[in-house]
Design a protein around this ligand. Structure first.
Ligand code: NAD
Ligand code: UDP
Length: 312
């Protein structure tokens, strides 16, 4: 196989750093671009001496000029806690970041993959969610900077494809978890595990009846690489996630069981616009990518707990 030059924006983040590992293992040249807003050099420290790996500290809201064959656009804070810190910058990152990646793809002829999200479905009235569902998003709420930014990015991807024939792949990622999530990330899986291991209260927002479908990171990265290398003309959007659906209360109980913690569950206010349900239909991924997840929740949580035990 010819060595490909892959550019990974957001490559020092949770998913991005796993992707860099995988692309190097597959024999590619990897250029990791990140402004280290939520990412960390620690996630890629083990790669810094590798001659096939380069790190560029760069903000994707600014254009970048490099030569590459494939672009994975992952740069964007993904946790509500972090994307709401500077919502205007989150929106710029999604929209200008997408535009800059697409401009680069147009010039170089590179294939470009967008890390889109189940958030484009908002608080869905259709359950489970197929790719055809157009979503129910509040345009003016506290999650809109992320949701609408990602929706606008999808629009740009398809307009560059139609107008300039850019080779695009759009992936709608459902909640993904695993090693290398940041301790202070604020998403539910890392929060619950860190709280349980520290013996702190486990914070359920709302009554815990809202659901999510959790995908283990290795399954997700496999789906991402398969989508990038999928047949010409297949653009997506395609859902990648684990259809196993759990209430947040069930998740808390499983984490308590697996860690054996004495932590108690406490209930806090539900943030506004928090989606009530989430579950992907993955028929398209099965058909086009021959992909489905293999690591179920308890197994994935055990691996993630072992990781956080070493970090804490
Ligand atoms: P993360 O916060 O760990 O990683 C995001 C990375 O992007 C970080 O390294 C951050 O420093 C970098 N970044 C942010 N703004 C940037 C900018 N302006 N310029 C350059 N770099 C910037 O989050 P993650 O979970 O790894 O998510 C990666 C991508 O996948 C995001 O685009 C996210 O929207 C998408 N996604 C993730 C999930 C999930 O459950 N993990 C779900 C849906 C979509
Ligand atoms: N959540 C929670 N306690 C926490 C963190 C999150 O109950 O400490 C809830 C949150 O309100 C949401 C679900 O868990 O209903 C998933 O939250 P996360 O931030 O992980 O992802 P998203 O809401 O973007 O799917």
């Amino acid at each position: 196989m010819k060595r490909k030059r892959a550019l990974v924006t957001g490559g020092a983040g949770f998913l991005g750093s796993h992707l860099c590992d995988r692309l190097l293992q597959d024999g590619n040249d990897v250029i990791c671009v990140d402004n280290l807003f939520t990412g960390s050099k620690d996630n890629i420290r083990h790669l810094l001496g590798n001659p096939y790996f380069e790190f560029i500290r760069h903000d994707v809201t600014q254009p970048i000029f490099v030569e590459c064959d494939q672009i994975y656009n992952l740069a964007c804070p993904a946790s509500p806690k972090w994307y709401q810190k500077d919502p205007i910058f989150t929106f710029k990152t999604s929209v200008w970041g997408a535009m800059n990646c697409l401009g680069l793809a147009k010039r170089t002829g590179a294939r470009v993959l967008q890390a889109s999200t189940s958030e484009i479905y908002g608080d869905p009235e259709v359950h489970p969610q197929p790719e055809e569902y157009r979503g129910c998003v509040n345009t003016i709420g506290i999650r809109s900077c992320y949701d609408e930014g990602k929706r606008a990015a999808e629009t740009l991807f398809f307009d560059y494809h139609r107008k300039h024939n850019v080779d695009i792949k759009v992936m709608r990622i459902f909640n993904t978890y695993g090693p290398k999530m940041d301790i202070g990330d604020g998403r539910v899986v890392s929060n619950f595990i860190v709280q349980a291991l520290r013996g702190e209260d486990i914070t359920i927002y709302g009554d815990g009846s809202q659901t999510r479908s959790f995908c283990y990171v290795d399954d997700l990265i496999e789906g991402m690489v398969r989508l990038m290398n999928s047949r010409d003309g297949f653009t997506g959007p395609v859902n990648i996630g684990n259809p196993g659906e759990f209430t947040i209360k069930e998740l808390a109980e499983i984490v308590i069981d697996l860690t054996g913690t004495k932590s108690k569950i406490i209930y806090e206010e539900l943030p506004s616009d928090d989606p009530m349900q989430r579950k992907p239909i993955i028929d398209l991924a099965k058909k086009e990518l021959d992909w489905e997840p293999h690591i179920m929740l308890r197994e994935g949580l055990e691996k993630t707990i072992r990781y956080f035990e070493t970090v804490l």
